[in-house]
Design a protein around this ligand. Structure first.
Ligand SMILES: *Cc1c(COP(=O)(O)O)cnc(C)c1O
Length: 390
């Protein structure tokens, strides 16, 4: 091998600048000399090693910071990486955490299996009623973790009541804002101390990057989260950050469009024979309609759930009759996706446990995407009708 081939070729000089954020995959950054490296560490300036931070993560964090009204946010390798770093960075053995009883599946697992294994006690409680959260508090409760809109039953948490409790008791309120996004709800304006996201979903929006985000109102807490994220290695890939930043540029347009279509689809579904229930925060028959208005205002979001008569046979027929609507357990993609909690996220529950949540074999969750609304409604109408023949 020729001597020079491993030496990096200097980046070509140009008096013009690229308009697109460059992708920087470098794992290491070279410094001038030991004094320079010392200064870099002392000042926290300059990149050293990509697990500790890289430009594509910084650029993405700054964009999400702006949406959330935050500063210095941490990008993690996944939404779960972000939530894990909040726990690992800010809790210790002997602490107690209260979580919503319908959190995202892996968050529930962290709460019920992993934190207890580390000596951190946890209690799950119904966040649609702040008195239930209050009843779960202990003198050693350090943190409350809630999602604004529950998955897949689309219930709305009592955010004002919970924020008041957290403030009165000096407990950190952590809001997983993945479903609502800063377009639907801005947790820091309503008393949250920490915001987390699965950037994988609506923010990145194209189902091609797995990432998370966490930030605290108090910069010292954000540093605790960042240190855990770096130490435990929940590191984001530069390419994923680059993709997510690209996706984020159209986030607001995508959200508005998907939300408007979701409102139309919810209304259309409610009028289809064989549809026994439709859950969307914008509907007057939503079980938390008043709270939905208070918490989300006129931003009901792109997520809805519905139930068809006919159990599993109807559910199978419905998904088969709509092959262009991806039957996939994710959300926030540009395309509409359909998920069936009884066979995926909630398969571990007993039928009675699912029934208590209102999750039957005919229950579906829809993440509405960017398709033409009339086309989408037509596809659902055909699929629901086919399901009724099953
Ligand atoms: C998907 C999701 C997560 C986890 O995010 P990943 O990026 O998949 O790790 C956490 N919370 C909510 C509400 C989610 O939908």
């Amino acid at each position: 091998m020729s001597d020079s081939i491993v030496r990096r070729t200097p980046w070509p000089d140009s008096t013009s600048r690229p308009v697109v954020t460059p992708l920087q995959p470098s794992v290491v950054y070279a410094s001038e000399d030991p004094d320079g490296l010392d200064r870099q560490y002392a000042e926290g300036s300059g990149y050293t090693y990509a697990r500790e931070g890289h430009p594509n993560a910084t650029v993405l964090a700054q964009k999400i910071d702006r949406l959330e009204g935050a500063a210095g946010g941490v990008i993690a390798g996944s939404g779960m990486g972000a939530i894990g770093s909040v726990f690992l960075g800010l809790l210790q053995a002997g602490d107690h955490v209260v979580g919503g009883d319908q959190l995202y599946g892996r968050s529930l697992r962290m709460m019920t299996e992993d934190l207890p294994r580390l000596g951190i006690a946890t209690t799950l409680a119904d966040p649609t009623d702040a008195t239930r959260i209050e009843a779960a508090l202990r003198p050693e409760t350090k943190m409350i973790l809630v999602e604004v809109v529950s998955n897949p039953t689309i219930r709305i948490a009592d955010m004002a009541g919970i924020a008041q409790l957290a403030r009165d008791r000096g407990i950190l309120l952590v809001v997983d804002n993945t479903f609502t996004t800063p377009r639907g709800y801005r947790p820091f304006e309503h008393g949250a101390d920490i915001v987390v996201h699965s950037v994988t979903k609506l923010l990145a929006g194209h189902s091609d990057a797995t990432l998370g985000y966490a930030v605290a109102r108090d910069p010292a807490l954000t540093e605790g989260i960042r240190t855990a994220n770096v130490t435990w290695g929940a590191t984001p890939s530069p390419f994923d950050c680059w993709l997510a930043e690209r996706g984020l540029q159209s986030f607001e347009l995508r959200y508005d469009r998907a939300e408007a279509t979701a409102t139309k689809l919810a209304q259309a579904l409610a009028g289809m024979p064989g549809v026994t229930r439709v859950l969307h925060p914008g509907r007057p028959d939503h079980p938390d309609h008043n709270r939905a208005q208070a918490v989300l205002g006129d931003r009901p979001g792109n997520m809805l759930s519905f139930e068809v008569a006919g159990g599993r046979a109807a559910a199978n027929a419905l998904t088969r009759a709509a092959p262009d609507i991806a039957f996939a357990p994710t959300l926030g993609d540009v395309g509409t996706t359909l998920s069936h909690p009884a066979s995926s996220s909630h398969r571990g529950l007993t039928p009675e446990g699912r029934a208590a949540l209102g999750i039957s074999e005919g229950f579906f969750r829809v993440s509405v995407g960017l398709e033409d609304p009339d086309m989408l409604i037509g596809e659902f109408a055909a699929a629901v009708s086919r399901a009724q023949c099953a």
